[in-house]
Design a protein around this ligand. Structure first.
Ligand SMILES: [Ca+2]
Ligand SMILES: [Zn+2]
Ligand SMILES: [Zn+2]
Length: 434
């Protein structure tokens, strides 16, 4: 497969290289599709875009090596050169507001931010990026889909979207790759993201592609290699570029693999996309998870348990997760949520958590609502895994019988052993879509 691809690549390389030399134009500089093209499949095959990997030595990115990346968009070689002591860290950032999702993957000085939570979470996203992106270069920025609890946190009280938003606030001066769903969703999203933060960083050198472009011609091997041990595989759910009635089903889905650990990240995917993944990537024929791997799974759509949720028994049988977490803020009215006052907007849902925990065990499922930011880390040899929380620091807490539950008491507690789960706020999802 790899050989076959390389041969094909080299066949393409000759005329494209000639074209490049003749025009003396840096193709990366012109390859970022303009915002008016998102979602359009017509421009996916444009020669300027597909010529990019053939001459990617002109890219400023990382270590140039032989063709180890299969995707036509993205890096041609390894994105990063490992240094002694580098090990994978994954942070599910504490969220405020309803729903909310933001995850930072960090391997040495390589970082990927997936989503940025609600507008109310922008402060903690900024502080977090400032603390962890110490080389001031964010390697990959992914906005999974156009809902404000995923992109809203990009803009804080500081720099406006047109000035790079919270990334600028966090001291970041370079973004290497930007990926999104290619969707539009009204002025709020378009102004903040498409014509705001995204446009700013593209103008400052970021290479942009949609999910449809990331998987184009590479259904089973749309892989961006970070190092020989760490990689991103973009998963084609069949919905990219095709607006779904619920934009959750336009979420960009990927698997981050580190050693023998897999982190499938599917945004707010619901049943349509999850079915697409299971139908396309048979565990037997076209696996993105090798058998024997350890799967660490972020629950679909904040741990929704509605009838159209992706957190189904079938998906759990497919993934066989060993660890799991859900991302959402604790919803608060008048300062603090009373745990005995359930809200249908409060995720995760009990039935979804039960379905996932049936695989992981109750002791291996976490929630950033009670834990605060969840820290996950692999040892340098990718053999050891640790998970725990930092304790709630932002937003509201929650009460039991009018008494605030201390963040410290539940800092490292699995969700099902928290007071939240055992005192009444934890409800089952019904039919319909929330
Ligand atoms: Ca970096
Ligand atoms: Zn969401
Ligand atoms: Zn959503």
């Amino acid at each position: 497969m790899e050989k076959e691809f390389n041969r094909k690549t080299k066949w393409w390389l000759l005329p494209l290289l000639a074209l490049f030399l003749a025009s003396c134009v840096n193709p990366w500089g012109t390859s970022a599709p303009s915002s008016s093209n998102e979602g359009s499949s017509a421009e996916l095959g444009s020669s300027s875009a597909s010529s990019s990997p053939a001459v990617a030595t002109s890219s400023s990115i990382g270590v140039s090596s032989s063709s180890s990346s299969a995707s036509a968009y993205g890096p041609s070689g390894f994105m990063y050169e490992k240094k002694d002591g580098d090990h994978l860290q994954v942070f599910a950032l504490e969220m405020t507001g309803t729903f909310g999702d933001s995850t930072l993957f960090k391997y040495g000085d390589w970082e990927m931010l997936i989503d940025a939570g609600n507008p109310s979470s922008s402060g903690q996203v900024r502080d977090f990026l400032k603390e962890y992106v110490t080389d001031h270069e964010l390697d990959v920025l992914l906005i999974t889909h156009p809902h404000s609890d995923h992109f809203g946190g990009l803009v804080a009280s500081g720099n406006r979207a047109e000035e790079g938003g919270v990334l600028t606030d966090a001291g970041i001066d370079k973004v290497d790759y930007i990926v999104d769903s290619g969707m539009t969703n009204g002025s709020q999203y378009d102004d903040c993201w498409i014509h705001g933060v995204r446009e700013y960083w593209i103008a400052h050198g970021a290479q942009y592609c949609t999910a449809a472009q990331a998987v184009k011609d590479h259904l089973y091997d749309a892989v961006w290699k970070v190092t020989s041990d760490v990689s991103i595989q973009w998963l084609n759910t069949g919905t990219y570029g095709k607006k779904q009635s619920n934009l959750n089903n336009n979420s960009v889905c990927l698997n981050l693999r580190a050693g023998t650990y897999d982190f499938p990240m599917v945004g707010d995917a619901q049943d349509i996309e999850v079915d697409g993944i299971m139908n396309t990537y048979s565990r037997l024929l076209h696996p993105f998870i090798e058998s024997g791997d350890t799967v660490v799974f972020k629950a679909c759509h904040h741990g929704s348990g509605t009838a159209d949720s992706g957190n189904s028994g079938a998906f759990m049988n497919y993934l066989e997760p060993s660890y799991g977490w859900a991302s959402s803020g604790i919803i608060a009215n008048n300062g603090a949520q009373e745990a005995s006052t359930p809200s249908t907007q409060q995720h995760p849902y009990r039935n979804a958590v039960r379905a996932i925990a049936a695989k992981t065990g109750d002791e291996n499922f976490y929630w950033n609502g009670t834990n605060g930011t969840i820290d996950m880390s692999l040892s340098e040899d990718f053999e050891g895994f640790a998970i725990g929380g930092e304790g709630r620091k932002y937003g509201y807490g929650y009460n039991i019988g009018g008494v605030l539950v201390s963040p410290e008491s539940e800092r490292n507690a699995p969700l099902l052993s928290t007071e939240w789960a055992t005192t009444g706020a934890f409800i089952d999802g019904g039919g319909g879509s929330l």
